[in-house]
Design a binder for this molecule. Sequence first.
Ligand code: KG4
Ligand code: ZN
Length: 328
Amino acid sequence: MILALETSCDDTCAAVLTADGELRADVVSSQGVHAAFGGVVPELASRHHLELVNVVVDDALARAGATLDDVTLVAVTQGPGLVGALLVGVATAKGLAAARGLPLAPVDHLQGHVAANFLGPDVLEPPFLCLIASGGHTLLVRADDHRGFTVLGRTLDDAAGEAFDKGARLLGLGYPGGPALSALACDGDPQAFAFPTAARVAGLDFSFAGLKTALLYAVRDLGADETRRRAADLAASYEHAIVEALVLRLERALAGQPGATVAIGGGVAANRRLRARVEGLGVPVHVPPPALCTDNAAMIASAARWVPPVPFPDHLGLDAYATRRHAA
Ligand code: KG4
Ligand code: ZN
């Protein structure tokens, strides 16, 4: 069995997967502490991972009805992410593997998001296009095979989830604000305000900084009372712009690969407007269940099935990395 750990941001996660891909346990402990600060505080995240990681691993093994004796491979997110947070997972994984003389599979977090699609019961086989949109990343890739992907486009500034969160903050909603902004948008008119979709950014890269600034100016020009009165219209128009920006790049990618299957992942995949727009593209669409779209260790275990394992003691030299190593 594969025991996987994921601690790249503010969720402490462990999962147990059989060697042939059957998910036995998937435990996520979310750190609510960051909400008070309006965003993830890296040092706090590391400290909480340290407190939670052993409990979460024990819980995952117990739920799987397994012990460390059943584990044949330890997997861990090596990067990208908050380096202090990643180090807690990497050090814990090395410790577990060393204690048992087991091999270790270092997994790229973004490959993990892609590999969420390889988990059952609805398994997607590569090749496919995959849009990963979360609070930390916005990336359009082609999953070429089970082992890797080609980056087609990435955000030049903010991530899509970050754009949702910053917009929500400007509208006085809580953190993370994506779900709240989206709920508010249900009662609004998406055409009420014309927010930019960075359509002029050629190719498949994304940019959300201008959109955030446009909302800032709109809120400033309207004033507090009018902003409150028109909050639903502002939210709907803002959400519309983010979704159209994402879908525009998907359409451009599909123009080069007509009929390709599209998978979406990351927290923003929960967005109803995005799902509806992607489902309307006229190509097969695959969205893993919500728990596998947001950060989790099951996707890390899934990716680990195709990562060359590093034997003990060679893996003791592995380090975490904060940013993606192989730019494409
Ligand atoms: O993947 P995720 O749980 O964590 C990481 O950032 O890695 O993604 C969280 C992000 C947040 O920015 C949150 O606001 C956004 O996903 N999000 C949504 C929705 N649900 C979560 N954004 C828009 N609409 C939603 N329904
Ligand atoms: Zn993620």
